[in-house]
Structures are given as C-alpha cells and as structure tokens.
Design a protein around this ligand. Structure first.
Ligand SMILES: Cc1cc2nc3c(=O)[nH]c(=O)nc-3n(C[C@H](O)[C@H](O)[C@H](O)COP(=O)(O)OP(=O)(O)OC[C@H]3O[C@@H](n4cnc5c(N)ncnc54)[C@H](O)[C@@H]3O)c2cc1C
Ligand SMILES: *[C@@H]1O[C@H](CO)[C@@H](O)[C@H](O)[C@H]1NC(C)=O
Ligand SMILES: *[C@@H]1O[C@H](CO)[C@@H](O)[C@H](O)[C@H]1NC(C)=O
Ligand SMILES: *[C@@H]1O[C@H](CO)[C@@H](O)[C@H](O)[C@H]1NC(C)=O
Ligand SMILES: *[C@@H]1O[C@H](CO)[C@@H](O)[C@H](O)[C@H]1NC(C)=O
Length: 529
C-alpha cells in the first residue's frame, strides 16, 4: 500500500514536471491551476463563485454540502486543494484543461452519495480538485415526446418534482432517497420502487452529453455507441464529465397502492421471509415487494432484542386488485383491504423517501440533511437462503446495535434485459439483491462496526452469488479492492468482475479508446486495456 502510494505520487510528479517545469510543490499545482484558469477565462472574467481554495470561507460549507457519509467528514480525510463549481460547460472545459496542465487529479461530484466518498476524497493522498456540478441542474421536460433533459447536478427528488408538476401519470424509475444526484446515480444504474416494471434509471437513458478528456462536448452520436453503452452503468468517473442525460419518462397510474407490515421473530418473521425469497421475484411487474430487516427491542427475547422484518409494497394498481394478488400469492402475510393505502405516484415517492405523504412536494427539493456515518456492502442471491442460514443471519444481526439489511426483489423486466445490454450485469437469475448497512453516531465506533459488517459478509458467502460474487457499483465498497499500480487491468479484476461480470473487459476497452492516458481515475475507476 505504502509502495503504491509512492508510485502514484511519483507518477503524478513526473507528469507534472514534464508538463509544467516552473513549479514543483503541491502548492505549485494549485497556483498553476489558478493562473491557468484565469488566463483561459480572460482577465475581465471573475473566478469568484467558481473556484474555492482552502482559504475561502465558503470552502468548508461547499465541501460538506453534499457529503452523504459522515465517515468522510473527519479531519483526517484528505481534502481537495480546490473546489470548482462550474456555471457553464466552458468552466468544465477550462477546469479539465488546467487540471491536466497543473497535474491535479479531478474528482467529479453530482449528489455526493458515493458510499466511499470517491467523489470528494482521494484516499491516495494526491493533490486533487473537485468539479462539483451543483450549479448545473436544469431539468427540461418535453411532454409531447415524453422525455426530459436532466443535468447531472440535479437530484432525483428534483426530477420527480419536475415531472409531477407537469403530469400526474408520468414518472421515472430511479432511486428512493430524494437527495441522490443524477450524475452518479444514472452512470451506475439506479433502481427504485418501479424498476421491476421499467428497469433501472440507466435503462431509460436515450441520449447524454459528456465532456471528454480533450474538453470536447459530445452527444450520443458524437461519442459513439460504445461510450454511450459504458456510461449507462459503468460509472461516470472513468470516462469524462457527463453533464446531462436525456431520459424517457414512463407511465404511472393516477393512483397507486402501498402497504407496510412488520413481523418480529416471535410473530413468524423467519418463515415469512423464507417464503418471500421465492415469491417476491415472481410477482407481476406492477408489484414491488421489498423487505427491510433490522433489530428492535423486545422484552420477551433473551438479550432484550429481536429481529424485525418489514415487508413494504408498492403496486401500480388498485387496492382491490392488490388484495386478490396478495391472497393468491402470499396469504401468510395476512393482509386485508384496510392495510392498503391509495395515493398518487408522487406521494409514493414521498413515502419511500421517508416523508409523510401529506408533506408538500417542495420537500423533495431539499438537498441538505445531516448525514450518518455508515459502511455498506452488497450481494446478490440466486437460491433461497435455507432456514438454518437465516437463523445464523439473525444471530449475526443481533451482535450489532444498528444493522440494516435492504432486500430488493429482482425479476420482472430485469430478467428480460440481457446481461450485456448495459454494463450493469445483474439481470436474469437473481432472486434479490442485498444491501448490508451499519450506521454509527461516532466515527470512533467505526472500526468496531466495520469489522462486524465484514464478518457478516463472510458469513453470507455460502448463500450468495459466486464466481464472481456480485456487487452493485452504486453501493461502492473499497473492501472489494482498489486500483494500485500496474498491471492495472489484472489487479482491477478483483472488484471489476463483481460489479460488471463479463462487461468489465469491454469497459476497459472503451476506457482505452476514450481516455488512454487514464486521466479520469480514482480508487475504482476502469483501467485502460
Ligand atoms: C442515502 C442513500 C440512498 C440511496 N438510495 C439508492 C436507491 O434507492 N437506489 C439506488 O440505485 N442507489 C441508491 N443509492 C446509491 C446511489 O445511487 C449512488 O451512491 C450514486 O452513485 C450516487 O450518485 P451521486 O451523484 O449522488 O454521487 P457522487 O458521490 O456525486 O458520485 C458517485 C460517483 O459517480 C461519479 N460521478 C458523479 N457525477 C458524475 C458526472 N456528472 N460525470 C461523471 N462521473 C460522475 C463520481 O465521481 C463518483 O465516482 C443511495 C445512496 C445513499 C447515500
Ligand atoms: C468571459 O467568459 C465567457 C465564457 O464564460 C466568454 O464568453 C467571454 O468572452 C469572457 N469575457 C472576457 C472579457 O474574456
Ligand atoms: C476518516 O476519513 C478517512 C479517509 O477518508 C477514512 O479512511 C477513515 O476511516 C475515517 N476515520 C474514521 C475514524 O472514520
Ligand atoms: C449530436 O451533435 C451533432 C453535432 O452537433 C448533431 O449533428 C446531431 O444531430 C446530434 N445528435 C443528436 C442525437 O442530437
Ligand atoms: C391490517 O389491518 C388490521 C385492521 O386495521 C390490523 O389489525 C392489522 O394489524 C393489520 N395487519 C397488518 C399485517 O399490519
């Protein structure tokens, strides 16, 4: 590790000295960048409100504004030398040009939800800057075409809001948490409550605008189908700055139906969950029935705690039809008509984002929350976990005080899209995906919880996908491996095959075509092949 860090620093210094021999300190990178930016912009143009150095009073607030994992808010997290908040595509072109010239690495940030903070932390401690797209977030909806152009800095909440203002019967299939940024989300996949019907957010992208390593602004035609393929699931940070996406809106009924029921171990959670594993992936596409597993206090259990499984459903249809469907497929859950709530689609968005359905829609525009510290990991399950496997899993969960599993059923249209259609390979043959998460109030507790989640992951090995064990890119996990020196491609396979399976090689080939010098890079960027 120490060796590879030296290598990286050495590499960037060599590059730096050969391009820009006048200065050779880290401060020099910054000075070179600032001079370059000002020169490119023209003397009469101000960089104020566009570039923030560490001495600027706005630096900290801007840096922290979209940090979504407080694990990386601590003072030892390596901070960027500069933050650039472009107001135009020209600013991005200049920022790329000057970064190359001054030897600064670039991190691109849209919503800042990266689980390992890769959009704003460089774990290799090399000088870097952030291009934060917070000012580039326009959304233009074309109701005749049923499409929209969305800039990467917008959040999914802003997108859902904009759609709801135009139509009660249109929606978009993407994630639930309203503050997720469009840029990272669509470039890594993006699933939510209607993805069994319509696929991932990235499956519904029909055009995009990207600024490449040479500063060229490209649309789908100009970038070519291979790059357009790569950015719909392969992650954006390896290929360029994706500034906007053209998406297809999807139809939703004027009313949808939801339900939420919880069962503890005493109330038969284990058998219900066991059954859920085989039922949920086979339900009609219109019904999304996921489970969330946690622990709760219980007087009757040894240790005062028990496992609780919440079954939560969204149905694109009426309560009457849902009742029939549930009675025929999952009667054990004991649902009745009055367990269902009918609401508009946008109210279901509020519900799954954790708000009351009576909140005003403007809450979807809110971007700042105080984030928790967390560590997460992911898996895919292809065979139902047997009862004894579940019992061991519950025991593991009871060892931590704030574990959370979110289990997302696949099937539906996800099984109809081929594994190579986009870089996201988790399609047919998956019953459900698992996200393991652990939150902690204080970063001092981090090692204990991270150790626990790693043991949980090891425990799950026999029950989940193998060769490769699969993982979801948007639940980024540096435990799976990180880029460190050559041979890049061979080393990167450790995480690359998990996220992309057979698509990894093709991603590396696209990378070699569009960014052979590996300018756009981070701990888990695609290496050029
Ligand atoms: C609270 C929470 C809830 C979530 N819920 C869901 C969910 O329901 N469904 C789901 O699928 N996922 C979910 N996620 C995961 C989320 O999809 C990913 O974290 C996603 O990558 C976030 O995108 P972002 O723009 O907010 O993140 P960022 O941290 O800004 O970016 C993530 C990655 O993409 C790169 N990137 C960002 N913007 C661009 C761009 N414009 N051009 C090129 N590269 C770019 C960054 O450099 C980084 O590598 C959730 C995450 C959190 C924290
Ligand atoms: C200022 O920058 C804009 C682009 O952002 C450019 O069009 C304009 O010509 C510049 N003005 C000067 C005086 O250089
Ligand atoms: C602080 O941030 C660093 C780097 O981002 C991270 O590796 C480390 O785990 C964090 N420390 C704690 C105590 O969470
Ligand atoms: C892409 O840009 C080129 C050049 O500006 C233009 O001719 C073409 O129509 C655009 N393609 C799309 C799909 O918009
Ligand atoms: C369904 O509703 C009934 C009546 O309101 C209630 O008693 C029951 O607990 C609910 N069932 C579930 C599974 O929550």
């Amino acid at each position: 590790m120490a060796n590879s860090m030296v290598n990286l620093v050495f590499l960037s210094l060599t590059l730096f000295i050969s391009i820009f021999p006048a200065t050779s300190t880290f401060a020099g990178h910054q000075k070179g960048f600032l001079q370059c930016f000002q020169t490119m912009l023209g003397v009469d143009n101000t960089t104020s409100g566009v570039i923030f150095t560490k001495t600027s009073s706005s630096y900290e607030p801007i840096l922290e504004s979209s940090i979504r994992n407080a694990r990386f808010l601590n003072s030892s997290a390596p901070k960027p030398n500069l933050i650039v908040t472009p107001h135009s595509l020209f600013h991005i072109q200049v920022a790329l040009f000057c970064s190359k010239k001054s030897g600064l690495q670039v991190r691109i940030r849209s919503g800042g939800h990266d689980y390992e903070g890769l959009s704003y932390v460089s774990h290799s401690h090399i000088p870097f800057l952030i291009i934060d797209l917070v000012n580039l977030r326009s959304i233009t909806i074309n109701m005749d075409e049923e499409t929209a152009w969305v800039q990467s800095g917008a959040t999914v909440g802003e997108l859902y809001y904009a759609i709801a203002k135009k139509s009660k019967v249109h929606g978009f299939p993407a994630g639930s948490c309203s503050t997720i940024g469009i840029g990272g989300h669509l470039s890594g996949g993006g699933f939510g409550t209607i993805f069994r019907k319509y696929g991932l957010g990235s499956d519904n992208v029909i055009d995009a605008q990207i600024i490449d390593v040479n500063g060229k602004i490209l649309n789908r035609t100009l970038m070519g189908e291979d790059l357009f393929w790569a950015i719909r699931g392969g992650g954006g940070s390896s290929f360029g700055v994706i500034t906007a996406w053209k998406i297809k809106l999807v139809p939703v009924p004027s009313k949808v139906t939801t339900f939420d029921v919880s069962r503890t171990l005493d109330q038969g959670a284990t058998t219900l969950f066991h059954k859920w594993q085989t039922i949920a992936p086979k339900l009609p596409k219109e019904l999304f029935l996921h489970t969330v597993v946690g622990v709760t206090n219980s007087a009757s259990q040894e240790g005062g705690k028990t496992v609780v499984v919440s079954f939560s459903g969204l149905y694109l249809g009426t309560p009457e039809n849902l009742l029939t469907l549930m009675q025929n497929s999952f009667a054990e859950l004991g649902l009745r008509r009055d367990n269902f709530t009918e609401m508009t689609w946008i109210q279901s968005v509020l519900h799954y984002a954790g708000f009351s359905i009576d909140e005003s829609l403007e809450i979807l525009l809110r971007r700042n929350h105080s984030p928790p510290s967390f560590k997460a990991k992911s898996d895919y399950v292809k065979e139902p976990i047997p009862l004894r496997g579940l019992e061991g899993l519950w025991k593991m969960l009871l060892l931590d005080n704030s574990p959370l599993l979110i289990l997302t059923p696949y099937g539906g249209i996800m099984s109809e899209i081929s594994e190579s259609e986009t870089p996201f390979p988790h399609r047919k043959g998956n019953l459900y995906g698992i996200q393991y998460m652990v939150n902690f109030a204080s970063n001092e507790d981090a090692p204990k919880h991270i150790d626990w989640i790693r043991r949980l992951y090891a425990y799950m090995t026999p029950y989940v996908s193998k060769f490769p064990r699969r993982a979801y890119l948007n639940y980024r996990d540096l435990d799976l491996g990180a880029n460190q020196g050559k041979p890049w491609y061979e080393k990167a396979k450790s995480w690359g095959l998990k996220y992309f399976n057979c698509n990894f090689e093709r991603l590396a080939l696209v990378k070699a075509r569009v960014d052979p010098g590996n300018f756009f890079r981070d701990e888990q960027s695609i290496p050029p092949l």
